[in-house]
Structures are given as structure tokens and as C-alpha cells.
Design a protein around this ligand. Structure first.
Ligand code: GLA
Length: 383
């Protein structure tokens, strides 16, 4: 017989994401267009009758254990900080977070630019939401995305922009989502049809296995790009770079300092990337997949030359995928390593993967990983 007093475990799942286009635009008040991946993170949550939190993961030995009052910025390290951060932000917002055991399993590769952290955060948030028997709908998904973003920024200390958390919680199943990070955007989240099978196409993701970091202390990396964008916006006299036009960026003399045009190139990437996102949405609407592909490839060139966040492995993956028949390809995510995504005729997926493997071997790079990019479902509670 079932013991009716036994605590009920709820399990939540949240996908990784691949951003189709719109990179480093989120924290610049701009546009992004992600899809959810089939790879996902699950969190099984069991309530306790004390105020202890116990975090375990199938990928890591041991457990993090503490009291609800022990959570908070700078108090938990490593992977556990993402989960603890979500509990702390929820509690700080007045949500009655219970003591609980949380167990994590994941197939999203870590450090691959595919939002393993947002998948973990969202799975924890949805699991706790489930423990409290609260409903998941558009408004609460928006609220939880913001909780997860704050957990990553305030507790983990990674100054990310919100794309990842919004993607994994708000993407429509099987589609893409247009995210508009402009302050006061009238339509911040718009579902976008992305019917690859109808067009005989597929998305394939190459994990270069060159790992990246997003921490603020990464002077040459993500944090440095954020600061350069803030400097460029200041030089242009705008609140965020997305409020500048391409012509203003080209004409603003203050973007060139002592003959160095680095700020102009950073700003150019952001304003042209926003325009490419809009153009991709229009091309999807028109069923013009060739144009979608060309825009993805143009985005890669912009990230390589103007934003300077690519690396030889990413450039090789993109060039090889295009040679092997992809309609378009680009690095995806924060950059400095991580993954590339290619839009490929479905029957060419294997050929593209084999070509990338051969090219990496030829260059003496470590073997890459390949992931299926089939647009999948947003975070949810498992029945
Ligand atoms: C990382 C960050 C996001 C976004 C992307 C780049 O994934 O977490 O907020 O800035 O990089 O588009």
C-alpha cells in the first residue's frame, strides 16, 4: 500500500537552447531568436519537514547541504550556486520556499554555449513551483525567467543578459521565440513558426569542446564585451546600443579613440545583428530559407570580425558546414568557444558532421561533439 504521508517528489525538466541569431544583443536592449534543444536537465524535488536544502547531481560526487538561511550571494560555489541562487531569489521575493532535496540529471553539455546553466536554473524554479502547486502560464513563466536571470547575475556572479533564461522558459514547443529586450517593449516575447521538416531542413549543432566562461572577472571575454558596449553607448549618447542606427554608428567620431575603432566595431555588430534578426523573422514568414541561411552566415562574420568572439575551431566548423552544403552557419551563445549551429538540408546532416570531424582532425583540433537541434519544448513539470 502507498504511504500517504510520504513526501511527494515532483520532477521538472528544462531544455538547453540554441540561439539562431541575435547574439550579445540582449544586454544591449536588442533582439534574439532562440529555439529549445532536445537535450535537457531534470530536477527531482522532494520536500522536507525541516529547513535544510540538499543538492545532488548525477554528474558530481557528494552533496551540497545547508539551511535555507545559508543561501545567498557568495555563500555557495560551483554548480550548486545556480540551484541555490534560484531558491534564494524566490525566497527574497516572498515565495515560501520549503526545505527540500533536489537531485539534478542533465544531458546538456557544460560550457558549450547551450545554456546548461539556464536549464539547471529553470528546472529548479519549475520544480519548486510544482512543490508549491503554483500554475505555469505566460505570466509565471516570465516571472521565473527573471528569477533565474537574477540568480545567475546576483548569486553566481555571471553578468548574463536574460536571453538564456527567457529562451528555456518561454519558447513555444517546436518553434522559435523572438525576444525583444528593449525597455518597455510592447511585445517582448513573440512565438515564431520555425517549421524545419516542412522545408526538408534540420538544425545541427557542433560543440567545439573549447570551453568558455561568462564570469565578470573574465577580462578578455564576456564581461569585457559588456563594458565595451556600455562605453560605445555612452559615446553615442544612447541608453542602450540598440537605440542607435547603423548610420549613427558609422558617423560617430567618438567611437574611434586614438585611431582605434574597436568601439565602433562592437557597436556595429549590435546594430547590424538586430537588423539581421528582424530580417530572419521576415524571411521565415516568407518561407525564404536561403535568405535565412545567408543571414546566419553574415551574423558569424560580424561576430568574428567586429565583435571578435569567435575562435579557430568555431570558424572551421562554420566554414566546413557551409562547404558541405549548409544553407547557413554561425557560432551561437556567448562565444570564445562553445558551439556553432548550422541550417542544413535534412539529408545532408550526416555529411556535414563527417566533414566537420574530418576538418577538425586535419587541423589537429580535438574531436567535436554533435547535437540534434530539433526545436523542442520549454521547461515544464513532468507528469
Ligand atoms: C550568453 C549569455 C546571454 C547572451 C549570450 C550572447 O549566453 O548568457 O545572456 O548575452 O551569451 O548572445
Amino acid at each position: 500500500m502507498l504511504d500517504s504521508s510520504a513526501p511527494t517528489t515532483v520532477t521538472a525538466r528544462a531544455p538547453g537552447r540554441v540561439n539562431l541569431i541575435g547574439e550579445h544583443t540582449d544586454y544591449n536592449g536588442g533582439l534574439c531568436l532562440p529555439v529549445a534543444l532536445p537535450d535537457e536537465t531534470t530536477v527531482a524535488a522532494t520536500p522536507r519537514d525541516d529547513d535544510v536544502v540538499r543538492l545532488t547531481s548525477g554528474a558530481v560526487e557528494g552533496a551540497w547541504e545547508g539551511r535555507l538561511s545559508d543561501l545567498g550571494p557568495g555563500r555557495v560555489n560551483g554548480w550548486a550556486a545556480y540551484a541555490a541562487g534560484v531558491l534564494w531569489v524566490l525566497a527574497a521575493d516572498g515565495v515560501p520556499v520549503p526545505g527540500c532535496d533536489l537531485h539534478v540529471e542533465s544531458t546538456v553539455p557544460l560550457g558549450a554555449g547551450l545554456s546548461s546553466s539556464a536549464a539547471l536554473e529553470a528546472a529548479v524554479a519549475v520544480a519548486v513551483w510544482g512543490l508549491l502547486d503554483r500554475p505555469l502560464h505566460d505570466d509565471t513563466r516570465a516571472l521565473l525567467a527573471e528569477v533565474c536571470r537574477r540568480a545567475e547575475t546576483e548569486v553566481v556572479g555571471a553578468p548574463t543578459g536574460g536571453l538564456d533564461q527567457a529562451a528555456v522558459l518561454r519558447v513555444p514547443a517546436g518553434g522559435a521565440v523572438l525576444l525583444d529586450f528593449a525597455a518597455g517593449a510592447s511585445d517582448p516575447v513573440t512565438p515564431v513558426r520555425f517549421d524545419l521538416p516542412a522545408a526538408g531542413l534540420a538544425l545541427t549543432v557542433v560543440d567545439t569542446r573549447v570551453s568558455h566562461t561568462h564570469s565578470d572577472s573574465d577580462e578578455a571575454g564576456y564581461g569585457a564585451r559588456r563594458r565595451e558596449c556600455e562605453d560605445a553607448a555612452r559615446a553615442l549618447g544612447v541608453e542602450t546600443l540598440s537605440l542607435a542606427t547603423p548610420a549613427e554608428v558609422e558617423e560617430c567620431a567618438a567611437l574611434v579613440v586614438a585611431g582605434d575603432d574597436v568601439l565602433r566595431r562592437r557597436a556595429r555588430h549590435v546594430v547590424t545583428e538586430n537588423a539581421r534578426v528582424t530580417a530572419v523573422v521576415a524571411a521565415l514568414d516568407a518561407g525564404d530559407w536561403r535568405t535565412v541561411g545567408a543571414l546566419l552566415s553574415a551574423s558569424h562574420v560580424s561576430m568574428r570580425d567586429d565583435f571578435e568572439i569567435s575562435c579557430p575551431e568555431l570558424d572551421l566548423a562554420v566554414a566546413t558546414a557551409l562547404d558541405a552544403g549548409a544553407l547557413g552557419a554561425r557560432m551561437t551563445g556567448g562565444g570564445f568557444g562553445g558551439s556553432a549551429v548550422a541550417l542544413v538540408p535534412a539529408e545532408r546532416v550526416d555529411a556535414v558532421r563527417r566533414a566537420v570531424d574530418a576538418a577538425f582532425a586535419r587541423e589537429g583540433f580535438g574531436a567535436p561533439g554533435h547535437l540534434d537541434g530539433t526545436p523542442s519544448a520549454p521547461a515544464s513539470l513532468l507528469p
